[in-house]
Write a protein of this length. Structure first.
Length: 417
C-alpha cells in the first residue's frame, strides 16, 4: 500500500492499522477514526488512504470526523488515480475512464441520498450531485465500451496479420514492478513496431532503474531477437493484488495481448520474500487461467540482487508453482541468452515443408518470401526446378503452397519432408 501511495506521488507521513470486524458506519471502529483524526492533525496530512474498499457512506462518515479539506481515498480510488497519471495512449485513457465510471456508478445512489439530506458529498471526489448524473454515467460507459470493442477488433486483425506474416506472439505478464519493461528492452532487437511509438515513457532509457508501480499501462510491442524464429514481444499492464472484477474487466482488452499469445513469459521479482513471490504467482496463475491457453514460462527476474544459494532456495521452495524457471537479470543482461533459447524451445512447433518450384522470376519471389517468413533448411537449383525445404508456422506453410500452386507452368508439387 505504501508503494501504491508513493506511485501516486504522495508522501507517506503516518500509518494506522486495526484488526477487527468491519464497522458498518465507519469501516473502522469509531474510536479508531478519532485516533486517525488526531494523527491527521499531528502530521498535517491532507489525504487519508485506506487499504480496503470503503462504501460511500463509510467514506462520508469518516470524512466528517477529519479536519476540513482532507480527502479520503480507498485502495481502488488510489489505483485509479495512479492509472490516470500513467495513461499515455487513447486505449489506456479509455480504460481508465471506464474503470472510474464503473466505480462511480454504484455511488450515484448514495450521493442522491446524501443530497436529499442536504449534505454535500462532493468531497468524495465525484463532484456534486446531479439527478441526471447516473444516466450520463451509463451512457458514457456504453460509448467507451463500444470504442474499446472497435480497438480490440483492430488489434485482433493485427495479431492475425502478424501470424500470417510468420511472427510468433509472446507476451510479458506478471506483477507491476517485476521488471517487464526492462526485460523487453533486453530482448528487443528493433524499436517499437506499434502505432504507440514515442508514447511510452516507460521505455525511455532513464526508466530502466525506476522503482515505481504502473510505469507501463498500455501495451508496447517490439520485435524480439530470439534466434531463428520471428518473435513479437508485448509488454502489458502489471497485475495488482485484490483487484475487484469491475477494474479487471475495464482492462480486459489489454489482457487480450496475454490471452492470445503463443507463449507467456510470467515475470516475477525474485528479490522479494519467498511468501510474497508465492502469493503473486498464485494470483498471476488465477488471472491467466481464466482464458489463457498458451504455455507459460516463469522468469525469475532481478537475479543480480541475490546470491546463488538464495536463488536456489527460492527455486526449490516455489517449484510447484514455477517448475524449471529461467533465472535472469533484465538490468545486467545476465542469462538473457538462456531466456531467448527457452522461448524458442517453448514456442509451438512449426510445420516442415518441401516445395518443388519451376525456375522462373516468379518462383524466385516465392523463395524470397519463404526466406522472409520461415526458416529455410535447404534449397537446391536444377535446370528446370528449385527445391526448397523449410519450416514455418502453419499459416505461412499454407500460403507458400498457394503461391507455389499459382506459378506457371503449373508443375509445382508439394509434400511433407
Amino acid at each position: 500500500m505504501t508503494e501504491l501511495t508513493r506511485a501516486a506521488d504522495y508522501e507517506v507521513v503516518g500509518e494506522l492499522t486495526q484488526r477487527r470486524t468491519q464497522d458498518a458506519a465507519y469501516h473502522f471502529g469509531e474510536g479508531k477514526v478519532d485516533e486517525l483524526a488526531a494523527l491527521v492533525r499531528a502530521t498535517d496530512a491532507d489525504t487519508v488512504v485506506v487499504d480496503n474498499e470503503m462504501g460511500p457512506f463509510q467514506t462520508y462518515n469518516v470524512g466528517q470526523k477529519l479536519p476540513e479539506g482532507v480527502d479520503v481515498l480507498d485502495r481502488f480510488t488510489l489505483i485509479l488515480e495512479v492509472f490516470g497519471q500513467r495513461a499515455q495512449t487513447r486505449k489506456a485513457q479509455l480504460q481508465v475512464e471506464l474503470a472510474e465510471l464503473r466505480y462511480e456508478l454504484p455511488r450515484a445512489e448514495a450521493k442522491a441520498s446524501l443530497a436529499k439530506r442536504d449534505e454535500r458529498p462532493g468531497f468524495m471526489g465525484l463532484g456534486e450531485y446531479d439527478e441526471s448524473r447516473e444516466q450520463d454515467i451509463k451512457n458514457r460507459i456504453s460509448r467507451i465500451s463500444e470504442e474499446l470493442d472497435r480497438i480490440a477488433e483492430k488489434e485482433e486483425k493485427r495479431r492475425a496479420q502478424r501470424r500470417d506474416q510468420g511472427f510468433d506472439l509472446v507476451a510479458l505478464a506478471g506483477y507491476t514492478n517485476a521488471g517487464k519493461s526492462t526485460l523487453l528492452r533486453r530482448l528487443a532487437s528493433e524499436l517499437d513496431v506499434d502505432e504507440n511509438e514515442d508514447r511510452h515513457p516507460d521505455l525511455d532509457e532513464t526508466a530502466e532503474s525506476e522503482d515505481r508501480l504502473f510505469t507501463t499501462l498500455g501495451t508496447t510491442t517490439r520485435k524480439a531477437d530470439t534466434g531463428t524464429r520471428e518473435v513479437l514481444l508485448t509488454d502489458t499492464v502489471g497485475f495488482v493484488s485484490d483487484l475487484p472484477h469491475w477494474l479487471v474487466e475495464s482492462f480486459k482488452s489489454t489482457l487480450d495481448s496475454v490471452y492470445h499469445a503463443d507463449l507467456v513469459l510470467l515475470v516475477v521479482d525474485a528479490s522479494e520474500p519467498v511468501e510474497e513471490m508465492r502469493q503473486k504467482l498464485v494470483t498471476s496463475h488465477d488471472t491467466l487461467s481464466d482464458r489463457n491457453e498458451a504455455p507459460i514460462v516463469t522468469v525469475f527476474n532481478k537475479a543480480d540482487k541475490l546470491t546463488d544459494p538464495e536463488i536456489e532456495r527460492r527455486t526449490r521452495a516455489l517449484s510447484a508453482l514455477a517448475p524449471n524457471p529461467v533465472i535472469v537479470s533484465g538490468k545486467t543482461g545476465e542469462h538473457v541468452d538462456a531466456l531467448r533459447e527457452r522461448v524458442e524451445r517453448e514456442l509451438p512447433d512449426w510445420e516442415q515443408e518441401r516445395l518443388l518450384l519451376p525456375v522462373s522470376d516468379e518462383a524466385m519471389s516465392v523463395v524470397s518470401w519463404i526466406h522472409d517468413n520461415g526458416n529455410v533448411h535447404e534449397e537446391s537449383y536444377g535446370d528446370e526446378q528449385v527445391v526448397v525445404e523449410f519450416e514455418a508456422p502453419p499459416a505461412v506453410v499454407s500460403k507458400a503452397r498457394s503461391k507455389a500452386a499459382e506459378l506457371e507452368p503449373p508443375t509445382a508439387e508439394a509434400g511433407e519432408a
